[in-house]
Every structure is written in C-alpha cells, then in structure tokens.
Design a protein around this ligand. Structure first.
Ligand code: NAP
Length: 285
C-alpha cells in the first residue's frame, strides 16, 4: 500500500517509455515488503539538474540513470565511486547522509551473468560489439575480471581505438585489447557481446554481425533486451551457438543497485533473480 511512509526510487532518462527497470525494482520491493515505489521519469536534457535537485528536495533514496545521461549526471552528484568515475558513466545513484553518490552496476552485472553461465571470465577471449556507454562499462569489468583478450568492433572504428587507448592507460593487466576491423577476425573469440543498439525495437530484424564469421563454439550474448529474442540471438541459436539474453543483465544490474540501496544480500536476492527470469520468459513465450 502506498502511504505517507512510502519511499521514492526512480529512473531518469530520455526516453524511458518501455524500460523494464520499474518492473524489476517494484517486484523486489513487493517481495521484501520494502515500503517503496519505483517510477520512470522522462527528463529533457535542460531539466536534468532540476530533476536531481528535485529528487534531493523530496528525499528520494536512490535512482537509476539511463541513455543519454550516464555521463552528463556526473558533475551533478556529490561524489562518484572510483570505478564509475574511471568509466565516465553512472547508472545508479544512492542517497547517503545528505549526499548523492554515483555508481555503475552495468558492467559488473553482466560479468555476474557471464560467470554464472560460463565460469571465470579470466578464461575468455571476448569480442565486444560497440564502443558506446554500455561497451565502456563492460570492457572495464572484463579487464577487472582479467579476461584473456578483448576485441572491440565498432561501426565508427575511431571510437573503438579511443576505447582501446582508455582501457590500456587505465589498467595495466595482461588482457590483450585489439580493435577488430575485419569480420574474418571474429573467429578468434570465445564469447561475443553485442553492446550496440542494433536489433533494438523498432528495428528488430537488424543484426550487428553475420554470425557465420564466428567460431562454431562461440557463445553469443546480446545486451539488447527489447525484443527478448533479437535477430542476432535468433541467428546464433540457429547456427548452434549457446546464447545469453539481455534481460539477464538488466535484472543483475538491478539487483546490484538494490544491494547498494537496501543492503540486500546475494543469498536473499538469488530466488528473486530466478523468479524475475521465469516471469519474463512467461511473458515472452
Ligand atoms: P550508446 O552509448 O548510444 O552506444 C551505441 C552503440 O551502438 C555505439 O557503439 C554505436 O556505434 C552503435 N550503433 C548504433 N547504431 C548502429 C548501427 N545502425 N549500426 C552499427 N552500430 C550502431 O548506447 P549504450 O548506452 O552503449 O547502449 C547500447 C545498447 O545497450 C542499448 O540498446 C541499450 O538499451 C542496451 N543496454 C542494455 C542494458 C541491460 O541491462 N541489458 C544496459 C545498458 C544498455 P557508433 O559509435 O558507430 O555510433
């Protein structure tokens, strides 16, 4: 029941219609009897600072940030966690002792999904499609997880070179980073992650790559979750590849946000993750 003690959480972005984050967080609040509600706010860019001020004024306990504000929000916060600052992107904001503190749970959320399915990421050579905000977070977490190698393929190759440079200056571990300019090189990778927006509604018949260039054993993951079954995943499954759906990352990054907001433990969240995946699959049968 919503009453005067109900706490407010939310999502800011533009557009936000169709985001699944309210479904994830309101499900968690209900499951744990947390007196809170999560709403989406479609905010124009010149009103982002007003929205942040308003959230603080009304005592919001936390909010998520999505396209296109993950970077723009940074100077509007009181503090930003080291990883989010390195990535230059915040997707989760926590209210603590009068301050708004920014975090990034995108990359770590995906790594959790991948490690649950494939074992330690340190054994993997990973091809990342895209060099935008999501790719940046994912590559940062892949490096932190000591992936064996990362190949970056992007429509605008210059941006892939820029991301490679950023990764190499940030982290001097043994992960080999390369810019991939020809599909013939796709076959060198064990895992492919689509972090471009290609295939997202309404362009549901588009795929970022031709899966025939992949190694036959490669696992294919798409972080696009609208639609659930993207053209890339459909092609990959038809080609005999194991596939990982974007909704799993959305759920996992949401669970990490809930750990920050409400101190929920991994053990407590485990059945919720499974229930959310089951419900999503039933809705998309
Ligand atoms: P972004 O910063 O705008 O980056 C978009 C990327 O897609 C860029 O690499 C861009 O390449 C590429 N791209 C766009 N249109 C293309 C086209 N027609 N052909 C080839 N490449 C194209 O967006 P983002 O924040 O990284 O998000 C990317 C996608 O990930 C979105 O669909 C978003 O919904 C999804 N996402 C999912 C989750 C989840 O939890 N599942 C979390 C975060 C994001 P150029 O550099 O050449 O423009």
């Amino acid at each position: 029941m919503i009453d005067s003690s109900t706490r407010l959480y939310g999502l800011v972005g533009h557009p936000v219609a169709g985001s699944r984050s309210p479904w994830v967080h309101n499900f968690i609040f209900e499951t744990f009897d947390i007196p809170a509600v999560y709403l989406s706010f479609n905010v124009e860019s010149d009103k982002l600072q007003d929205a942040v001020n308003g959230f603080k004024a009304v005592g919001t306990k936390g909010f998520n940030v999505t396209i296109p504000y993950k970077t723009d929000i940074i100077p509007m916060l009181d503090r930003v966690d080291g990883t989010a600052m390195q990535l230059g992107a915040v997707n989760t904001v926590v209210y603590q002792d009068g301050d708004f503190i920014g975090y990034n749970t995108d990359g770590d959320g995906l790594i959790k999904v991948l490690e649950r399915r494939l074992g330690p990421i340190s054994n993997q050579r990973v091809l990342v499609l895209g060099a935008g905000g999501a790719a940046r977070g994912i590559c940062g977490s892949l490096m932190a997880g000591k992936a064996k190698a990362i190949g970056i393929w992007n429509r605008t190759e210059q941006k892939a070179h820029q991301l490679k440079l950023e990764l190499e200056t940030r982290d001097a571990n043994e992960c080999k980073v390369a810019v991939i300019s020809a599909p013939a090189l796709f076959s060198e990778y064990d895992l492919v992650i689509n972090s471009t927006s290609v295939g997202m509604e309404p362009d549901i018949h588009e795929s970022p790559i031709d899966v025939r260039f992949l190694s036959p054993q490669a696992v294919v993951c798409d972080i696009v979750y609208k639609p659930h079954q993207t053209q890339l995943l459909r092609d990959a499954a038809l080609g005999g590849h194991d596939v990982i759906y974007g909704i799993e990352m959305l759920i996992e990054q949401g669970l990490l946000a809930q750990k920050l907001w409400n101190g929920l433990s991994d053990d407590a969240l485990e059945p919720v993750r499974n229930a959310l995946i089951r419900e999503f699959e039933m809705l998309h049968k």
